[in-house]
Design a protein around this ligand. Structure first.
Ligand code: PPS
Length: 359
């Protein structure tokens, strides 16, 4: 099979031109890729869901609370915990797939406490606001994972667009000695939200949670009293200690002026969620988007829930671990505890300029 000098020359020239062209296009593609990466667009390229979920699971520390958005769980508490973590991750993944724009910023506002105050309800109610983006899980950065560094923390945050607020909630920050200084060194302008609840009810709620995890726990009164005859309260028990709000607040006021705080009433968050949400949105400088239109009182649960958005069949009440029945505690025990908290509550009312009506 021969070819004439002319046709062979033509084919050879044709091939040479083709390979030059392909080298040229490869170079262009490589050049464009490098240009995009250098401008920071590479990390926003979509990744497969599987890869993202692993990525997220690896980043989020084990053992921190990841109660998800409004969902009801029917599994055992262990499985439920796992499911809620998974669900949270899936949720977060959906968000990151849907939102590859914007950038990860440090939170401008943090719900720092208090444990069992209603912090999850507040965060979930805020998350329906289009200008709020929040981490579903509790990052525990300023108490447990501070040594991981600020970049680790920022990476946990969802991407936000201009005008959107980044938020997180970790109720244990309020009682962590180092937390005020650490938050201050991240950003002294950070807005701090504290959901407070009658410290007596809060203590019982805290005890109920521990009891669910350790059914053999001593009785509430056994743990609350150092000496049951004298009625001396054991302030080393965390369920009691957390409720001395004035003491913990003092620690924060060393770093932040009062204007940087918003105190949300855990009680009003249940009886008037829209009213309390109005205050929160004002404090955050947000338009009042979350209003009474969004809530209904669920008689079965005994708590406000979010109305279903049109076309959605998702449950819109918080999970079973929120709003669970408390064990019966003898009235005299509660009374003694109420007496113990009274002076601290009064101090707290003075410090915040708000009477929460617990006494
Ligand atoms: N809408 C709504 N639905 C369900 N539960 C609600 C709601 N609003 C406030 N609460 C109260 O929130 C309490 C749990 O508080 P936290 O979310 O701060 O708990 S935690 O610290 O994150 O574990 C939880 O405490 P318990 O009643 O002891 O379960 C509730 O009383």
């Amino acid at each position: 099979m021969g070819c004439s000098a002319w046709t062979c020359g033509f084919n050879f020239g044709h091939l040479k031109a083709q390979s030059k062209l392909s080298v040229f296009f490869t170079m262009i593609i490589l050049f464009m890729y490098l240009f995009y990466c250098l401008n920071g667009y590479c990390d926003s390229l979509p990744r497969p869901v599987y890869d993202q979920s692993n990525h997220l699971q690896n980043r989020l520390p084990e053992g921190h609370e990841t109660e998800t958005a409004l969902g009801a769980y029917n599994a055992s508490s262990l499985v439920r915990g796992r499911l809620s973590r998974l669900d949270d991750n899936i949720q977060a993944n959906n968000i990151s797939i849907a939102n590859n724009y914007g950038s990860k910023k440090f939170p401008q506002a943090i719900i720092i406490g208090v444990k069992k105050g209603g912090t999850r309800a507040l965060l979930e109610f805020l998350r329906i606001h289009p200008d709020v983006r929040a981490v579903g899980a509790e990052p525990h950065f300023f108490d447990r994972f501070y040594d991981k560094g600020l970049e680790w923390y920022r990476n946990l945050m969802p991407r936000t667009l201009e005008g959107q607020i980044t938020m997180e909630k970790t109720p244990s920050y309020f009682i962590t000695k180092e937390a005020p200084r650490r938050v201050f060194s991240m950003d002294r302008q950070t807005k701090l939200i504290i959901v407070v609840r009658d410290p007596v009810t809060r203590a019982v709620s805290d005890y109920t949670q521990t009891l669910t995890k350790s059914p053999g726990l001593p009785s509430f009164q056994n743990l609350a009293f150092r000496n049951s005859t004298t009625g001396l309260i054991d302030t080393s028990w965390s369920a009691v200690r957390i409720g001395i709000y004035a003491k913990h607040l003092e620690n924060w006021l060393r770093y932040f002026p009062p204007s940087r705080f918003l105190f949300v009433s855990g009680e009003r968050l249940v009886t008037d969620p829209a009213g309390e949400m109005g205050r929160v949105q004002d404090f955050l400088g947000l338009k009042r988007v979350v209003t009474d239109k969004h809530f209904y009182f669920n008689q079965t649960k005994g708590f406000p829930c979010l109305k279903k958005p049109e076309g959605s069949s998702r449950p819109r009440c918080l999970g079973k671990s929120k709003g669970r029945p408390h064990p019966q505690i003898p009235a005299e025990v509660l009374l003694r505890l109420r007496e113990f908290y009274r002076p601290f509550n009064l101090k707290f009312y003075q410090m915040t300029g708000q009477d929460f009506g617990w006494d």
